[in-house]
Design a protein around this ligand. Structure first.
Ligand code: HEM
Length: 210
């Protein structure tokens, strides 16, 4: 199942174990994690490791499907859309806004020179909404399946916990679409943060069963 959740991602096969922490995380969180001996939560040092009740991901699902009941209905009609819907939520509202990189050599990107040694912030939402890559990027469309979104970063240091996060996402969207016909919610209260897009409170006012 984890392998399926990682289909098309940079972690579709086990990533290179080139650092100690990566090796430990790979052991616990990569496709191998679903072996019967257990699934262990890692000690993620970034805000993304708190995928549970703290609103980083699951509350984003609920908030977005509340705003777009037609998209929830599509997933209900066709459960095979669950992975695509999960990718769309992650792409549409990147749970982590930005991540840093230190530039190792002089580089020019679209006319802007970035010197070796500079620190740059990579804005995931900007990439995820790049109209040169995705048509109609500001629409929430569960059938789009933006499998190459940037919300887990990319490359050898792409999120090591994304297998676990994706499994959680599939479980939440699957359960929501099976059990809920429509949700009515009040305005969400966001956690003020320049790093994460988290929801502190999301008052669910009405649940209409499927
Ligand atoms: C919605 C959930 C999550 C999001 C959006 C997220 C996002 C990210 C992002 C953007 C990065 C930086 C990637 C890069 O530099 O290219 C990252 C790295 C990382 N994440 Fe996550 N993450 C999530 C869940 C998790 C979980 C559940 C764990 C572990 C239990 C985890 C562990 C890590 C680790 C260890 C790294 C550093 C990897 C390295 O430097 O080699 N993440 N994550």
């Amino acid at each position: 199942m984890a392998n399926e959740a990682l289909t098309g991602t940079s972690l579709a096969s086990d990533p290179p174990a080139h650092t100690r922490s990566r090796a430990t995380l790979t052991e616990n969180l990569s496709p191998r994690a679903t072996r019967p001996e257990g699934l262990h939560h890692g000690e993620g040092r970034h805000p993304g490791h708190r995928t549970g009740g703290e609103g980083l991901l699951e509350a984003n699902f609920v908030a977005l499907f509340t705003r777009h009941p037609d998209q929830l209905a599509l997933v209900r009609e066709d459960p095979s859309l669950v992975p695509a819907a999960s990718n769309e939520v992650l792409c549409f509202w990147a749970p982590v806004h930005a991540w840093g990189r230190r530039v190792t050599q002089d580089v020019t990107i679209e006319g802007t020179e970035i010197p070796a040694g500079a620190q740059v912030a990579i804005l995931f939402d900007a990439g995820n909404r790049d109209p040169r890559h995705y048509g109609n990027p500001d629409a929430f469309v569960v059938e789009r399946d933006p499998v190459d979104h940037l919300s887990f970063g990319d490359g050898p240091h792409g999120c090591a916990g994304q297998g676990l996060a994706r499994l959680e996402a599939h479980a939440v969207i699957g359960a929501l679409s099976r059990r809920v016909g429509r949700l009515v919610a009040g305005p969400e209260v966001r956690v003020p943060s320049n790093t994460t897009r988290s929801i502190e409170q999301l008052p669910v006012l009405e649940v209409i069963p499927a």
